[in-house]
Design a protein around this ligand. Structure first.
Ligand code: AMP
Ligand code: GLY
Length: 424
């Protein structure tokens, strides 16, 4: 069967590697893909949110399944587009429709959903410019730090955590009245600050049945010791040592089951991944956010640990018989370290030649912001390559990743040397 992956990051390269290992996958296509996916699949240079272009690719190449990597095409309704099209309606799309994608596309919707279905989460209220004064009053009932979230997608920048009440009020006004994050912040969720340590749990669901995938923790800040600006993610580890069996069992009962049941009760036929961002406060989970896709770089440690055939699992999602599919995970630890362009997450240069990535033997090199030009691999984004290794411990896996990284070079390459620092 021919399969198309939408997206171009390390996450999509990880999907691509896993899917090419399946005997059932004939030809794999990635749109637009990167230099890593070009080696194992056919890249097609279209924008994943240009649905007419996606349709052409699907028809021309006899594609029988579409796997959606990033949230943008899901929130924009790629799955709905397929269902509404006579030629595409029987081609399964792995990823929710617009209604399910709102779990990520609207923080206000996801908070309402959690509250309605009893999923533990921080206390909250939502405000617009029309009830700004009520927003100020609500802020006064909370204690610092104050958490303000733009309702819509804001490229990962829409969450502000502020230490003073005055600042929180000023920022709230900026968000709702002056559109600090554009249309995305015309509604703002204000919520209680959650204490604890963060981790992510991933679920694959066919709408009725689910598999809980390995947990992961990512390192979002650019600087060592979790300092400096937020990035898309500088590294990740899986499993998370403090997310032991008892904790995951709690997450399943308190979060996963009510989420899946809630989707069903609300008539949302959800087929795809749910990425649950959690705070663990002394063994009690609370949901920070839902995403409707896999995480990046979390995928680069979660997928390599899955021993089962990923395509087989996706078929289970499409045919709603995920419960019949075998699912196993290695007990080994996986770690990934992201190599980024100098300057990222602020402005950075592209087009730097990458050398040595093909000489790495003890790690998996997942391409993210890379492309091919004149037969050379060059950088094309802020996050360039994720280097994943296995070990019996976090330390052992990281040692391998850091050794492998020594073989890879590009001008102004930067990476964190302390991934997992808080857990080892
Ligand atoms: P989100 O986009 O909702 O994941 O928020 C981005 C980051 O802000 C999260 O990964 C947390 O580190 C932090 N954050 C969000 N909400 C809260 C909260 N209620 N309490 C503490 N930290 C939070
Ligand atoms: N690494 C965080 C994310 O994918 O949203």
């Amino acid at each position: 069967m021919n399969v198309l992956i939408l997206g171009s990051g390390g996450r999509e390269h990880a999907f691509a590697i896993k899917l090419t290992q399946s005997k059932k996958v004939n030809q794999l296509f990635v749109a637009p893909g990167n230099a890593g996916t070009a080696k194992i699949a056919i890249n097609i240079n279209i924008n994943a949110t240009d649905f007419e272009a996606v349709k052409k690719v699907v028809i021309t190449n006899n594609i029988k399944m579409v796997v959606v990597g990033p949230e943008a095409p899901l929130v924009a309704g790629v799955h709905d587009f397929f269902l509404a099209d006579e030629d595409l309606k029987n081609i399964p799309v792995i990823g929710p429709k617009k209604d399910g994608a709102l779990l990520e596309g609207s923080k206000d919707f996801s908070k309402q959903f959690m509250q309605k279905h009893g999923v533990p989460t921080a206390k909250y209220q939502s405000f617009t410019k029309d009830n700004l004064a009520d927003g100020f009053t609500f802020l006064e009932t909370l204690t610092a730090p104050y958490v303000l979230k733009a309702d819509g997608l804001a490229a990962g920048k829409g969450v502000l955590i502020l230490n003073s009440l005055e600042e929180a009020k000023a920022e709230l006004k900026e968000m709702v009245s002056n559109q600090k994050f554009g249309e995305a912040s015309s509604t703002v969720v204000i919520e209680e600050f959650l204490k604890g340590i963060e981790l992510s749990v991933f679920v694959l669901t066919d709408g009725k049945n689910y598999k809980i995938l390995p947990s992961a923790k990512d390192y979002k800040r650019i600087g060592e010791g979790d300092t400096g600006l937020n990035t898309g993610g500088m590294g990740a580890i899986s499993p998370v040592p403090f997310a032991d069996e008892a904790f995951i069992a709690k997450v399943e009962e308190l979060v996963v089951k009510p989420t899946i049941n809630g989707l069903q009760k609300d008539g949302i036929d959800y087929r795809g991944f749910i990425f649950i961002g959690l705070m663990n406060d002394k063994g009690n989970p609370s949901v920070v956010e839902y995403n409707v896709r896999m995480g990046d770089p979390e995928t680069e440690v979660v997928l390599p640990r899955i021993e089962s055939d990923l395509f087989d699992l996706f078929e289970g999602v499409a045919n709603q018989n995920l419960n019949e599919k075998s699912f196993s995970v290695t007990s080994k630890t996986a770690t990934t370290v992201m190599l980024v362009s100098g300057g990222y997450p602020e402005s950075y240069e592209k087009g730097k030649e990458i050398t040595g990535s093909e000489t790495v033997e003890d790690s998996i090199v997942f391409h993210a912001g890379t492309t091919i030009k004149d037969d050379k691999i060059i950088t094309s984004g802020g996050r360039v390559i994720a280097v994943t290794s296995f070990g019996n411990s976090i330390e052992e896996a990281l040692e391998k990743s850091y050794k492998s990284i020594n073989k890879i070079h590009f001008d102004k390459m930067n990476f964190r040397k302390d991934i997992g620092f808080d857990l080892t």
